[in-house]
Design a protein around this ligand. Structure first.
Ligand SMILES: Cc1cc2nc3c(=O)[nH]c(=O)nc-3n(C[C@H](O)[C@H](O)[C@H](O)COP(=O)(O)OP(=O)(O)OC[C@H]3O[C@@H](n4cnc5c(N)ncnc54)[C@H](O)[C@@H]3O)c2cc1C
Length: 382
């Protein structure tokens, strides 16, 4: 087993880190406090190939794998989780769904500009009454001649206010619950399609999380994504890979919080010496480093399996569960190491503390990950 990154992967890590330090770090708190969605950053992310890392070059992507994508998300999140989740929702959810289920024509029309970063994507599954149980979707799509007419509302859509292309799930056959849900591609500006309330969030405040509303929204019949009735099943496949993104987001934010705490522990003096010399602080740092490493290994394993074309229900959920819960613990310990200063916005760890919580909720809560893992191990018998 080779645990080293290749030269190309190390170069991606170095260039994304340098980009994040230069283009994102100076603005992190300003964007967070103003809830400023950094739309101006998208062309720069696109120029680095980060809006379409895993898609083949013929579809406008960088032609790399999930390991490289994971490294990129991790490095963005190390500096700002908001930017990382903007890319993740665009890449692995919206564009990823079109890549998995789209026709050749849909890929040419929608995936290419998404992968090039010329257009921004969002993905709407969650509804007010359908969160963990997405089969409870109530948004409907009714066939009328050569069109589908969508009605309903989605909640918590990342990038929802700014996206040019939305992939949304709606019920097309109410008599067949899970098999009656289909996926659709909706373009910004389509009459009857609009973002609703923007959420005022605990963390990841520079990202956009918004209600998305459909009111007699007519879209061409050819904008049904995948086979009618298979939108729910395809969504589960999309989420399988999406969970690797959230695991990478968690690893990156945990790493950012840990590095800040390590630096602070070395320079903060109490009782006449650096607090890093106290065993209580050393043990915290040791646990943080160990758990981050374990999270990263689980995440890279899931990414590598995905690159081999294998299903990663179990491995993706394990990575997301462990990395998400690790990030919450690490950020909490980072605040503890900073003492009172950890509670103050002049220092970086309070933001990590707020931001990491999303990792145990988005794209399936920790409870749902445990259900998935349990189902997979019981099925396999080991
Ligand atoms: C910042 C942010 C960004 C998001 N981005 C997107 C997006 O881009 N697109 C999108 O579609 N959605 C998005 N979501 C929605 C997210 O995926 C849901 O919030 C999540 O799946 C949980 O659903 P819920 O909030 O309705 O919680 P609920 O499903 O109501 O869960 C509430 C609690 O009950 C527990 N629970 C539920 N069912 C069970 C069970 N069977 N067994 C044990 N415990 C259970 C949950 O684990 C949780 O603790 C986003 C959410 C946030 C906060």
């Amino acid at each position: 087993m080779d645990f080293d990154l290749s030269d190309e992967q190390l170069e991606i890590k170095r260039s994304v880190r340098e980009f994040a330090e230069r283009e994102i770090r100076p603005h992190v708190m300003e964007w967070d406090e103003a809830q400023h969605f950094p739309l101006e950053l998208i062309p720069k992310l696109a120029a680095l190939g980060l809006m379409g890392v895993t898609f083949p070059a013929e579809y406008g992507g960088a032609g790399l794998g999930y390991v490289e994508y994971t490294i990129a998300i991790e490095e963005l999140a190390r500096v700002d989780g908001s930017v990382a989740i903007i890319v993740a929702a665009h890449h692995s959810l919206c564009a990823g769904h079109i890549y998995i289920s789209g026709t050749e024509e849909q890929k040419r029309k929608y995936l290419v500009p998404l992968a090039r970063g010329e257009k921004l994507g969002c993905w709407s599954l969650t509804e007010p009454e359908a969160g963990s149980d997405a089969s409870g979707t109530r948004t409907t799509a009714r066939r009328e001649g050569n069109h589908w007419v969508l009605n309903g509302s989605k909640t918590f859509t990342s990038n929802g206010s700014y996206a040019d292309i939305c992939v949304a799930m709606a019920v097309t056959d109410p008599s067949a619950p899970k098999h009656g849900i289909s996926a659709f591609i909706i373009e910004k500006g389509t009459p009857g399609f609009r973002p609703g309330k923007k959420e005022n969030k605990l963390g990841l405040r520079a990202s956009d999380t918004t209600e998305v509303i459909f009111e007699d929204c007519r879209i061409p019949a050819e904008n049904c994504l995948g086979r009618p009735g298979e939108g729910f099943i395809d969504s589960l496949k999309v989420l399988e890979k999406g969970r690797i993104s959230i695991a990478a987001l968690a690893v990156g934010m945990a790493q950012g919080a840990y590095e800040a705490a390590l630096g602070y522990a070395r320079q903060r003096r109490q009782f006449g010496r650096p607090i890093a010399e106290f065993q209580a602080i050393q043990w915290k740092l040791a646990d943080m480093a160990t758990e981050i490493d374990a999270s990263r290994l689980l995440t890279y394993r899931a990414a590598r399996l995905a690159d081999q074309g294998r299903r990663v229900q179990r491995e993706g959920s394990m990575a997301k569960l462990f990395a998400g819960e690790t990030a919450v613990r690490v950020a909490s310990e980072a605040v503890q190491i900073y003492g009172g200063y950890g509670f103050i916005k002049d220092y970086p760890v309070e933001k990590f503390y707020r931001d990491v919580k999303l990792c145990t909720i988005g794209e399936g809560t920790s409870e749902i990950q445990r259900m998935v893992i349990a189902r997979e191990i019981l099925k396999a018998g080991c």
